[in-house]
Ligand binder design. Structure first.
Ligand code: AMP
Length: 466
């Protein structure tokens, strides 16, 4: 199928060609035509599937005719983080270059005055995080009665971040006759309830989740111990051909401590997590993008938004608590056709998390039996064994935050993602040998990473397309 088959305008087809895309992705092929026909939509699809264009493209054509009025946006896109909101805005710029649509971005951490000024002029597309939208709504700066199209993106992440009550309230402010599109990587019960309440006879599509770990990403589990983690990490960074790496940790305190200790040891390392203010986060990201630093230690929520080209390695310093996060994290490498490596440090305690990851991704991730780290610290088998043994007998999944369930399959059109689904291909084992260094284990923080609104490019703070 080509983009021309989907019913998009010539202007859009030209912008798509300019962007270098020749074929719609599975979610685009399934979603664009029903959206153009004003259907409500539930799409079970995660980032990396091309889902953003699947709503941005038809929205541009739907909004091409008609006029915006002061304070009354014609459409609204809700995003959980600033970073995602900014990426959606970039998509509108890219695909809307031959249209004259106006757009405003309402996100926390940037000047509210400019955002209000943009709204006053009237916008066709309003992209917002729920918190800032509710704030401005409460101040009487926005009227949602003229908003005929609503997109709720990353609904399950919204749930995790506690935004569902805000979204419900926002939904009640929009006209009942609006068109609503809901995107979510998973379909837990509260999201299903939200959809039942606020969507009308939606078309349902589901993009295969299995394609989400790409053949281009060489994965491995590196057996270690809590005390040996830092040493194992250092040896990985030295031994493998690490050009640029994002290292994920589960807690903000770990991110901070790790970045500092790596920098002290001469690594060009920076950090990005929810306790940093907006400008520090942007600065750190820019340093990473420019090559000033080549290691970025990141908190978990950052995994969703970061779209940085050429990241050679993702290292999970901590195995993620939720299997979806594993897929998102490792997807920061192997992007745009480039290859990448994803290592996950695993201790005995991680067996359950790893079992859940392997169940979700339907693959067995190759193990490295701790290399010299393990050999020097304890007999290699003694380290490798507990991980393997525990995997034979997975325990019940541990839930974090809101309950998640496997995607609902009833009444859902399943969409194949053929080129991306290459999980059966062999994955070679990288050679990793790390000497043992006894280091204190990580301090345990009371809180996990809270809602982090990722960095946003300054030029996107608020704008009106001319
Ligand atoms: P998303 O899932 O929206 O975050 O998109 C993931 C990546 O796929 C982005 O870098 C897009 O630019 C890219 N992309 C979107 N549509 C296509 C397409 N039809 N062909 C190739 N790449 C695409």
């Amino acid at each position: 199928m080509s983009f021309a088959d989907l019913g998009l305008s010539d202007e859009l087809l030209r912008a798509i060609t300019d962007a270098g895309y020749t074929e719609p992705t599975a979610v685009q092929a399934a979603a664009i035509t029903p959206v153009l026909m004003n259907r409500d939509l539930i799409a079970i699809a995660q980032t990396g599937t091309g889902k953003t264009a699947s709503f941005v493209l038809p929205m541009i054509d739907i909004l091409a005719h008609g006029r915006s009025r002061a304070r009354m946006p014609r459409s609204l896109i809700l995003e959980p983080t600033r970073e995602l909101a900014a990426q959606v805005a970039e998509n509108f710029e890219k695909y809307g270059k031959y249209h004259k649509l106006s757009m405003a971005l309402l996100i926390g951490g940037v000047n509210m005055g400019e955002q209000v000024a943009a709204l006053e002029k009237g916008v066709d597309v309003l992209i917002a995080t729920p918190g800032r939208l509710m704030d401005l709504f409460g101040r009487g700066k926005i009227l949602l009665t003229g908003c005929s199209l609503l997109v709720i993106d990353e609904a399950d992440r919204m749930l995790d971040m506690g935004f569902i009550p805000d979204i419900e309230e926002i939904c009640t402010k929009l006209p009942a006759t609006r068109q609503t599109l809901l995107f979510s990587a998973t379909m837990p019960a509260p999201i299903k309830k939200l959809a039942d309440r606020f969507l009308s006879n939606p078309k349902q599509i589901e993009v295969e989740r299995t394609g989400s770990t790409s053949l281009l990403i060489e994965q491995a589990l590196v057996a270690t111990t809590s005390r040996g983690k830092r040493a194992t990490l250092r040896e990985l960074l030295k031994a493998d051909d690490v050009r640029t790496a994002i290292i994920f940790a589960n807690r903000k305190t770990t991110v901070r401590d790790l970045a500092q200790s790596l920098a002290k040891d001469g690594f060009k390392a920076g950090e990005i997590h929810g306790d940093m203010d907006q400008s520090s986060r942007i600065r750190e990201l820019e340093r990473f993008k420019s090559g000033d630093i080549n290691i970025l230690v990141a908190s978990d929520v950052a995994a969703r938004g970061l779209d940085i080209k050429g990241v050679s390695h993702v290292i999970n310093y901590d195995a993620p608590w939720h299997p979806d996060d594993y897929v998102h994290r490792i997807g920061r490498t192997g992007r745009a056709g480039a290859s990448g490596k994803a290592f996950t440090l695993v201790t005995e305690e991680d067996a359950e998390n790893i079992a859940n990851i392997e169940k979700l991704t339907k693959q067995t991730i190759p193990r490295i039996a701790g290399g010299k780290t393990a050999v020097a610290a304890e007999p290699a088998d003694a380290v490798a064994q507990p991980v393997e043994a525990a995997l034979d007998e997975p325990r019940a999944p541990r839930r974090r935050g809101s309950e998640r369930t496997r995607p609902e399959r009833a009444k859902t059109e399943r969409v194949a993602t053929a080129p991306r689904d290459r999980r059966d291909a062999p994955v070679s084992r990288p050679a990793v040998h790390a000497p043992a260094l006894a280091e204190p284990s990580e301090p345990i923080a009371a809180d996990a990473d809270a809602a982090w609104n990722g960095p946003v490019p300054a030029f996107l703070s608020a704008r009106i397309a001319e």
